[in-house]
Write a protein that binds this ligand. Structure first.
Ligand code: NAD
Length: 489
């Protein structure tokens, strides 16, 4: 048996003990996870400094603060989320108890990415624990130091048999994928997303795929370009552009291109000084493979701002590219680095057409003071999420589902959505062994008269509120008795 097989078998055995299910146990585990973040901030940020040159404050702001918020939300709301959810009934089920009961799925495989390694690995884990599952957690091997810290710290705080960390690269992940899980939650690129889905199909395992892609950013000339560019520069250059929802490229009319360049440049200096290389808030590319990939995109485009780089330090300056053509290398795949291409469009119509010609993006950004522009962009395009006049912040709103559509992924999470995503929403109906007369209409011999009653009971729409329902229930009982005596027997 391989190490991965053993880990999955052990996790499943732990799930089968049933101990992940009681709400008190789930809350206890969530509290332990919270404790990890209050006690181990130093180790977490030291590793992220080595992996991505994230600053200590940046780590808390972009990685762990959101997790602490999600954990306390889950602790506060768990009873409500896990409770039976009564649903509307039809006339035939009026006297029954009809409800949705969320139940754990079983063992969830969580495969994390490297760019926000804590956020994208632990956030699904919070959902998995809250929903009463066991989990196998596979941090990305690309963020070497963080993967090690995760492997060392998680077992010290949470139940290490129920929530198992397995480290390793492609070989180990593929061995994990040969095992049977009850759900696979993957964050990473689209190509590997397809590998995950194929492996999951062999066991009919459902998947959540949190993928990436090119997220467009349209700037309408009718807006405060200075504020728009500051927000875009923040969204783009945070974590050195290695953010799944970073604005990938700008679409604007040629008349405002120079002003956009000037304003983005101003914000770069404001955030990262005249020398971003020495600024503690400016990150690094994760490794030389990605450094080379990003630098190759510069080949056929014109640099308007930045462009400096240092391979030995995986440094690429915040960069703006002007007059970029749709055929340019930088437009052929997700950039995932600090290059911001500007493409010209003649108007909003052309921008919408351009966006709709590409794959459905994970995020879509529109900057305008005109609500009609925002409305048209919302109505005439599709994307995982849409933000008007800001970047990234929708990620932090736990009442919004976070996820992609089409090529940018499937399924969603955050807050209650994580709980629902990793639960089975079981439809339950509890009937009494009474009022058998009403059922006569479904039993053979089938007659047109019975069909007529079935049509009435099944298709009649009732929405009467509590009082109305009680009154109707009384009428229903009488009708049932009449039907029973006069027509059906
Ligand atoms: P990565 O290289 O860390 O890969 C992600 C995971 O997939 C890792 O755990 C890795 O071990 C595994 N993996 C890699 N190749 C594999 C293979 N051939 N078979 C099986 N498993 C394999 O991360 P990445 O893919 O470079 O991450 C960046 C991408 O992730 C970007 O496209 C980004 O947009 C996307 N992303 C999306 C979100 C989101 O929430 N939607 C968040 C972060 C990143």
């Amino acid at each position: 048996m391989s190490r991965e097989q053993l880990a999955v078998a052990r996790t499943r055995r732990a799930f089968q003990t049933g101990r992940s299910k009681p709400l008190e146990y789930r809350i206890h585990q969530l509290k332990k996870l919270q404790q990890l973040f209050t006690e181990r901030q130093k180790e977490i940020s030291e590793a992220l400094k080595k992996d991505l040159n994230k600053s200590e404050v940046g780590t808390e702001l972009y990685e762990t603060l959101g997790l602490e918020g999600e954990i306390s939300l889950a602790i506060r709301k768990l009873k409500e989320w896990a409770a039976p959810r009564p649903v509307e009934k039809n006339l035939l089920t009026l006297s029954d108890t009809v409800y949705i009961q969320p139940e754990p799925l079983g063992v969830v495989l969580i495969i994390g990415a490297w760019n926000y390694p804590w956020a994208v690995t632990i956030q699904p884990l919070i959902g998995a624990i809250a929903a009463g599952n066991a989990a196998v957690i596979k941090p990305s091997e690309v963020c070497v130091h963080t993967a090690k810290v995760m492997e060392d710290l998680l077992p010290l705080y949470i139940d290490k048999e129920l929530y198992t960390v397995v480290t390793g690269g492609v070989t180990e992940t593929q061995e994990l994928l040969r095992q049977r899980f009850d759900h696979i939650f993957y964050t990473g690129n689209c190509m590997v997303g397809k590998v995950i889905m194929e492996a999951a199909a062999k066991h009919l395992t459902p998947v959540t795929l949190e993928l990436g892609g090119k997220s467009p950013c349209y700037i309408d000339k009718n807006c405060d370009i200075s504020i728009a560019c500051r927000r875009i520069a923040w969204g783009k250059y945070t974590n050195c552009g290695q953010t799944c929802i970073a604005p990938d490229y700008i679409l604007c009319e040629p008349s405002i291109q120079d002003q956009v360049i000037q304003e983005v440049n101003k914000s770069i200096k404001e955030f990262y000084t005249d020398d971003p290389k020495t600024c503690s808030d400016y990150g690094r590319i994760i490794n030389q493979r990605h450094f080379k990939r990003i630098m190759a995109m510069l080949d056929d485009s014109t640099v308007a701002v930045g462009g400096d780089n240092d391979e030995s330090d995986c440094y690429i300056a915040p960069t703006v590219l002007r007059d970029v053509k749709p055929e340019a290398k930088v437009m052929q795949e997700e950039i995932f680095g600090p290059l911001l291409p500007i493409l010209s469009v003649s108007d909003l119509d052309e921008a919408i057409k351009f966006i709709n010609n590409g794959e459905k993006p994970l995020a879509l950004y529109v900057f305008s003071s005109d609500n009609k522009v925002i409305k048209r962009m919302t109505d005439e395009t599709s994307s995982g999420g849409l933000l008007a006049n800001d970047c990234l912040v929708h990620f932090s709103v736990s009442t919004l589902p976070f996820g992609g559509v089409g090529n940018s992924g499937m399924g969603c999470y955050h807050g209650k959505f994580s709980f629902d995503q990793l639960s089975h929403l079981r439809g339950c109906l509890v009937k009494q062994l009474k009022m058998e007369g009403v059922n006569s209409m479904r039993y053979p011999p089938h007659t047109l008269k019975k069909l007529g009653w079935a049509r009435f009971f099944l298709l009649k729409h009732v929405d009467l509120g509590w009082m109305g329902r009680m009154a109707l229930l009384a009428v229903f009982a009488v009708v049932a008795a009449v039907v029973l005596q006069s027509y059906l027997l």
